[in-house]
Design a protein around this ligand. Structure first.
Ligand SMILES: *[C@@H]1O[C@H](CO)[C@@H](O)[C@H](O)[C@H]1NC(C)=O
Ligand SMILES: *[C@@H]1O[C@H](CO)[C@@H](O)[C@H](O)[C@H]1NC(C)=O
Ligand SMILES: *[C@@H]1O[C@H](CO)[C@@H](O)[C@H](O)[C@H]1NC(C)=O
Ligand SMILES: *[C@@H]1O[C@H](CO)[C@@H](O)[C@H](O)[C@H]1NC(C)=O
Ligand SMILES: *[C@@H]1O[C@H](CO)[C@@H](O)[C@H](O)[C@H]1NC(C)=O
Length: 401
């Protein structure tokens, strides 16, 4: 080291000095361990401040570098709500979660609406990664028991994070959604393990809105709500190899709530399994909305005892009664190909209920074989659905041409 410095001193050539510095600067210059910033990892003391300090150091690292925040293994870090905001100087940041991160229970949160527990905002080139060992635990039980869900935070939110990578994490018992992705372009999300009881309210696995070019693959999700929900402003999402259940399936929507104009297009769901889910693949919209959901493919999907395997519901209206409206979100070009398995449906296994004024068009079903455990229930039901079906069990004779 000293030798190198001397050498640089003698040569006094700027580029060489720079080169030597880079070589001498150990990885500790770009790696920020939360325990070096005061995090105790004892599971009792709040470590949020230490997390935010480590983040600030990594984020403020000199222009163009790559830096890393580490949450080390073998410890449990109790953190209150934390915000990791950009824009950062560093070209990219890795947030490595090897240990466990646990939220405070409901009682410690007070009554203000915090919105989210762990919040990444406006960070370019962010990777949040783990090795599948640490757990991100929202202590959701304390919220679900509370009854009133209106203030419950999303466990982990990514907002306006382009070129995002999330993988190798275990999420459990979120207060509300486990992960929300909003306003992010280009994201790869893989190898996540998300679990919450089937009865837990609003615990979506991954909730997406206003985002494009997402790739979600190889995740196991057991939740009390949608495994994946795709909301307005979203396009080009490729979802594959997801095991969902229990949960409410993979949903596009709900779209068009309170007259909203929503647009969703280019959604491809492939090689996914739904095991004892309430729904399978679903498109849902409210009466009175506007916009569209189009160019959607569900292919090679397996159902095991799913309650409602295939649904288009343009009369979505939970917990209340809604009047039918003149406008609606237009659903078109939806292809279902290679759907197999069993359904617990008491009624229809395939239910395509489209708007009277804005019917569904270009609905294609081919190679479908879904057996209902109740022989009488294995039916297809259509309202205002136009398209074609080939090689389908149950027979789908209700589509209009
Ligand atoms: C980066 O450093 C500046 C100046 O010290 C400070 O104002 C800013 O808040 C820091 N950014 C973060 C994310 O901590
Ligand atoms: C996502 O994965 C693709 C294919 O492996 C890769 O080309 C792309 O750079 C990745 N993007 C991000 C943001 O990680
Ligand atoms: C889906 O499964 C088929 C058949 O096993 C395979 O050919 C295809 O590559 C798979 N696609 C993805 C994205 O996993
Ligand atoms: C079953 O189907 C009938 C006929 O379409 C419908 O009136 C009824 O509401 C359905 N029941 C359920 C539980 O979906
Ligand atoms: C189909 O879905 C519609 C809209 O939710 C519902 O009203 C109807 O009862 C369902 N029909 C069957 C046969 O399940």
């Amino acid at each position: 080291m000293v030798y190198l410095l001397l050498l640089c001193g003698v040569v006094l050539e700027l580029s060489i000095v720079k080169c030597a510095r880079t070589r001498l600067g150990s990885s500790s210059d770009t790696t920020f361990d939360v325990t070096k910033f005061g995090a105790t990892g004892n599971g009792r003391t709040d470590d949020a401040k230490a997390f935010e300090s480590a983040w600030a150091a990594a984020c403020n690292k000199s222009l163009g570098t790559t830096s890393k925040v580490i949450v080390p293994s073998g410890s449990t870090f109790l953190v209150s709500s934390v915000k990791f905001a950009g824009p950062c100087n560093s070209r990219s940041i890795t947030f490595e979660i090897l240990g466990s991160i646990v939220a405070h229970p409901r009682e410690a949160w007070g009554n203000e609406d915090v919105g989210e527990w762990i919040f990444f905002h406006q960070v370019e080139g962010l990777s949040v990664v783990g090795n599948g060992q640490g757990v991100i635990d929202g202590q959701g039980d304390s919220w679900w028991r509370h009854g009133d869900q209106s203030n419950s935070p999303t466990a982990m939110r990514f907002s306006h994070c382009n070129n995002l990578h999330v993988s190798g994490l275990k999420h459990m018992n979120s207060q509300r959604n486990h992960i929300s992705i909003n306003g992010c372009n280009h994201a790869n999300i893989s190898n996540l393990h998300i679990t919450a009881p089937g009865t837990s309210p609003n615990t979506d696995g991954i909730d997406i809105s206003s985002s494009t070019n997402l790739n979600i693959q190889d995740c196991v999700m057991a939740t009390g709500d949608d495994c994946i929900a795709i909301n307005g402003g979203t396009s080009s999402v490729f979802i594959s190899r997801i095991t969902c259940g229990p949960g409410h399936g993979i949903s596009i929507g709900s779209l068009g709530k309170n007259g909203k104009h929503d647009e969703v297009e280019g959604i491809h769901v492939e090689n996914c399994s739904f095991i004892r889910t309430q729904n399978g693949v679903r498109i849902k919209s409210w009466q009175g909305g506007a916009g569209f959901a189009k160019n959607i493919v569900f292919s090679n999907i397996n159902f095991e005892s799913a309650d409602n395997p295939v649904i288009i519901d343009q009369y979505y209206c939970p917990h209340q009664t809604c009047n039918n409206k003149v406008s609606g979100v237009k659903v078109s070009n939806v292809r279902y190909s290679g759907l197999h398995g069993t359904s617990m449906a008491k009624n229809a296994t395939i239910n395509l209920s489209c708007s009277e004024t804005v019917p569904c068009t270009g609905i294609l079903l081919d190679n479908v074989n879904i057996k209902s455990v109740d022989a009488h229930a294995s039916l297809a039901h259509c309202t205002n659905a136009h398209g074609t079906a080939h090689a389908c069990t149950p027979a789908i004779n209700c589509l209009k041409s």
